[in-house]
Design a protein around this ligand. Structure first.
Ligand code: FES
Length: 321
């Protein structure tokens, strides 16, 4: 078993125990969020020993060179001396500017970051409730169009951060964020490429940012957005998206209901309808955001429909309480 040394403490990991779980078992509090290698909140640094490649695969070359790794998915075979990174993801202060309801379950939070946060719509940031509790939220705002960072926060049953946002967060409050991270965003390398965007629930957040970013940057190719929910109450930003559809001839918006039939709405699951409407995705770029089951299924079907692997950008929302 690998020995982990942290500060003055040294202990052996048990079978199938991650570095994060081992430190938690020892009563050492390390910031964490998703616990599945996505949010990067649990990043640590190896001062001695080499982290397993799997714990470094989504990090930048610079971070890997520094010995950084994600402790929640780090299962080392050899001993390591570990520490918190000095500045791999520095926390930034932000002020809550607005908290607005988008539908019964989703709040839009607008933040003013006190440092100059460079980001693209569709990337995500970590929102910290306290020293050790954080969750990741995608950016729906476009820096060139919007005042502040916009997050769509869905209330999760027993969610420690989403309940705090829905019940306690107020304008003027100071909080901490980290980011921006992720590669689910628009790049203007081919402005004639067709774009297909499929999302469920608050998975609309990154897609709303990406669509407006692409249109703002003068994208010429077709852009088709499918947003799905079980019933009408789960959709939001309907008026804004219909207005965009009126304004831009190359943008089409399809609100989809899987358990309700209403005129003006497509009936069925968003990804099924999107793939049925576009059976040939050769040369399309695809963005998928929302529940992991939908994202995984749609990713496979998009690939089978001809989309190139590097043209499928997926952001599966990990539901953490
Ligand atoms: S990546 Fe480890 S807690 Fe999210």
């Amino acid at each position: 078993m690998a020995t982990i040394r942290y500060g003055d403490d040294a202990f052996e990991l048990t079978q199938d125990e991650s570095v994060l779980d081992g430190l938690t078992r020892r009563g050492i509090s390390i910031p964490s969020g998703c616990r599945s290698g996505i949010c990067q909140t649990c990043m640590m640094r190896a001062l001695h020993g080499i982290p397993p490649a799997a714990a470094q695969q989504d990090l930048t070359g610079h971070q890997r060179q520094q010995g950084c790794f994600l402790s929640c998915i780090c299962y080392p075979q050899h001993s390591m001396l570990v520490a918190l990174p000095d500045d791999a993801h520095a926390r930034l202060s932000a002020t809550v500017a607005r908290v607005e309801r988008l539908n019964a379950d989703i709040m839009q939070v607008t933040l003013h970051c006190q440092a100059d946060l460079r980001y693209r719509p569709g990337q995500f940031i970590n929102l910290h409730r306290n020293e050790t509790l954080s969750r990741s939220y995608s950016l729906a705002s476009v820096p060139e169009l919007d005042d502040g960072l916009h997050l769509h926060v869905k209330r999760i049953a027993h969610g420690k951060v989403s309940a705090w946002v829905h019940e306690e967060l107020e304008p003027g409050q100071q909080i901490e964020i980290q980011g921006a991270m992720g590669d689910c965003y628009y790049t203007p390398d081919d402005k004639h490429q067709a774009l297909l965007l499929v999302g469920t629930g608050s998975g609309l957040a990154p897609l709303y940012g990406i669509v407006r970013d692409a249109l703002h940057q003068g994208h010429r190719g077709e852009i088709r957005l499918y947003h799905g929910s079980r019933g009408i109450g789960g959709l939001y930003l309907l008026d804004e998206l219909r207005a965009l559809q009126e304004q831009y001839a190359n943008f089409s918006y399809f609100p989809c209901l899987s358990q309700q039939t209403l005129s003006g709405f497509r009936s069925g699951r968003a990804h099924d309808l999107a793939l049925a409407d576009q059976p040939d995705l050769k040369s399309w770029k695809v963005f998928l955001c929302g529940h992991p089951d939908m994202v995984n299924s749609a990713r496979k079907k998009s690939f089978l429909a001809g989309a190139a692997f590097q043209d499928i950008h997926a952001d599966a929302f990990v539901v953490a309480q």
